[in-house]
Design a protein around this ligand. Structure first.
Ligand SMILES: Cc1cc2nc3c(=O)[nH]c(=O)nc-3n(C[C@H](O)[C@H](O)[C@H](O)COP(=O)(O)OP(=O)(O)OC[C@H]3O[C@@H](n4cnc5c(N)ncnc54)[C@H](O)[C@@H]3O)c2cc1C
Length: 417
C-alpha cells in the first residue's frame, strides 16, 4: 500500500538504505503487508552509485565487499551475475615528489603498521575498552598510516575509537570492489521492493494495539515498525517517538555516533601518474594522515580520494569546492605541477550534511563499546531497530546493515505470528 491510502499494514519500515531494504525483502518473502518510507528522493541511503556526474559509475558511499567470502551481498552478486574484482587491489605509497615506495620499503612499513594494529586488537581481546591511541606507539614510523586507516575505518581519530569495539569487527581481509557500483548492486538485489520516496517520517506513536507512523503525506497504522535510521538521526531526535524512546536506547545511540568520511572524485588523465593499473595509493597531505586514492578504478579515467576523520569533517564544512581543491592539491604536491593540466572536473560527497543520514558510520566511543548491543534491542516489542551500527560484528558495512534488517524483520515476524 502507499501513504495516504486507507488501510493497515503489518509492518512499516523507516528508511530504504541497505538495512531497511534487507528488512523489506524478508517481509516480502514472508508474504507480509509492509510499506517502506524513505526521506530522500532515492533508495539506497549510504549505498549510492552515481553514474551521471562522471559518465562512469562512482560509489559515493560503500564500494568494497568487505569480508567477501562471508558477505551475503557477494553471494547475491554471484547469483545476479554482477561483476566484482575477486582479489585485493594492490596498494602503493608515494612520498611528496611522487617517488613510489619500493616493495621492500612498503613491506617494512607494513611490519610496523601490523605491530600497531596488533597492539590495539590485543587490548580489545583482553576486554580493555580504552582509546586506541592509549595502546599504540605514536612514535612508530607507521603511525600516520595507522591513523589514516583508523580514520577510514571509523571516521574518527585513534583517540576517539574504542579498542573493544575495534576488536569486535569481523574482517577476513578480503575487500572486493564492485565493478558497476555497490549502490547499484544493492538496488538490483532489492528490485521489486516498493518504496515510498520523499516521505520522511515525522512521528511514531505507540499505542496499546500497534503503532501509528506519521508523515506529511498521511499516517499509517501497523502492528509494528522497523526503524533503520542512523544513530545520529536517532540522537538528534529527528523522529518524534511518542512516548519518547527509553534512556537506554538514546544512550546507546549517543555512544555510537557516526564519524566523518568522504570521497573526492576527480577526472584525471592517469597516464600522467606513471601508474597504469587499478591500484590503491596512499599519498601525503600536509597536516593530516595520508589520503587513500583509488587510481584508475576498473581502468576508468578518474581517481577517488578517501578522506576520513577531522580533515573530512573540516573540508565538508568548508564546502565541495574546498574538498575538491584539497584533493587536487594533494595530487599535485605528490606528482608535481605537471599533473595540474591533466586534472578535469571534480565532485565531493558530504555525508555529514545529508539531513537524513548525518555522517559516515558508527564507531563506539572509548569506554562505551558494550552499549552498541542496546542499539539492536526492540522497544515494547513493537519498535524494532536495524542499521549498520546495530550489527554486532559487521557494523560500518553495507552487508552488516542488510543482515541487521533481516534480523529486525525476523523479530517483527515473531510477534506477528
Ligand atoms: C564514504 C563511505 C564509504 C563507505 N564504504 C563502504 C564500503 O566500501 N563497504 C561497505 O560495506 N560499507 C561501506 N560504507 C558503509 C555503508 O555504506 C553503510 O554502512 C550502509 O550503507 C548503511 O546502511 P543503513 O541502511 O544502515 O543506513 P542508511 O544507508 O543511512 O539508510 C537509512 C535510510 O533512512 C532514511 N531516513 C532517515 N530518516 C528518515 C525518516 N525520518 N523517514 C524516512 N526515512 C528516513 C535515510 O534517508 C536513509 O536512506 C561506506 C559509507 C560511507 C559514508
Amino acid at each position: 500500500m502507499s501513504v495516504g491510502k486507507s488501510g493497515n499494514v503489518d509492518v512499516v519500515v523507516i528508511g530504504a538504505g541497505a538495512a531497511g531494504l534487507g528488512a523489506a525483502k524478508a517481509l516480502q518473502t514472508a508474504g507480509k503487508r509492509f510499506v517502506v518510507l524513505e526521506a530522500m528522493d532515492r533508495a539506497g541511503g549510504r549505498a549510492w552509485t552515481d553514474s551521471s556526474t562522471f559518465g562512469v559509475p562512482v560509489d559515493w558511499g560503500c564500494h568494497w565487499l568487505h569480508s567477501a567470502s562471508i558477505n551475503p551481498m557477494r553471494q547475491y552478486a554471484d547469483e545476479l551475475g554482477i561483476a566484482y574484482l575477486d582479489r585485493h587491489v594492490p596498494w602503493k605509497a608515494a612520498e611528496a615528489g611522487g617517488r613510489l615506495f619500493s616493495e621492500s620499503e612498503r613491506d617494512a612499513l607494513m611490519v610496523e603498521f601490523d605491530a600497531l594494529y596488533r597492539a590495539g586488537m590485543s587490548a580489545g581481546e583482553r576486554g580493555i575498552d580504552v582509546p586506541l591511541s592509549d595502546v599504540v606507539d605514536a612514535s612508530s614510523p607507521a603511525y600516520g598510516l595507522f591513523e589514516s586507516s583508523v580514520q577510514a575505518e571509523w571516521g574518527f581519530m585513534p583517540a576517539e575509537v574504542s579498542t573493544l569495539d575495534a576488536v569486535r569487527y569481523r574482517d577476513t581481509d578480503e575487500n572486493f570492489a564492485v565493478r558497476d557500483g555497490y549502490g547499484a548492486l544493492l538496488l538490483a538485489v532489492a528490485s521489486g521492493i516498493p518504496t515510498e520516496l520523499n516521505t520522511p517520517v515525522k512521528q511514531v506513536i505507540l499505542d496499546g494495539n500497534g503503532v501509528r507512523v506519521v508523515t506529511d503525506r498521511g499516517a499509517i497504522e501497523a502492528d509494528s515498525v522497523i526503524v533503520s535510521v542512523s544513530t545520529n538521526v536517532l540522537s538528534r531526535g529527528l523522529i518524534d517517538f511518542q512516548p519518547g524512546l527509553p534512556d537506554w536506547k538514546l544512550a546507546a545511540a549517543a555512544a555510537v555516533p557516526l564519524g566523518s568520511d568522504n570521497k573526492v572524485v576527480l577526472q584525471v588523465d592517469s597516464r600522467h601518474f606513471g601508474i597504469d593499473e587499478h591500484c590503491s595509493l596512499r599519498i601525503p597531505y600536509p597536516g593530516a594522515p595520508w589520503f587513500n586514492v583509488q587510481v584508475r578504478p576498473f581502468g576508468r579515467e578518474i581517481v577517488s580520494i578517501y578522506m576520513g576523520g577531522p580533515i573530512s569533517a573540516e573540508l565538508e564544512a568548508a564546502g565541495a569546492d574546498a574538498a575538491i581543491e584539497a584533493g587536487r592539491q594533494a595530487l599535485i604536491d605528490t606528482f608535481g605541477t605537471g599533473l595540474a593540466g591533466h586534472i578535469g572536473k571534480g565532485a565531493a560527497s558530504a555525508w555529514g550534511l545529508e539531513p537524513s543520514i548525518l555522517g559516515a558510520y558508527g564507531a563506539a566511543r572509548p569506554g562505551q563499546a558494550n552499549l552498541r548491543g542496546d542499539l539492536a534491542k526492540p522497544v515494547e516489542d513493537r519498535i524494532f531497530f536495524c542499521g549498520e551500527a546495530t550489527h554486532p560484528y559487521f557494523f560500518s558495512t553495507c552487508h552488516g546493515a542488510w543482515m541487521s534488517g533481516e534480523r529486525a524483520a525476523a523479530e517483527a515476524l515473531a510477534i506477528l505470528s
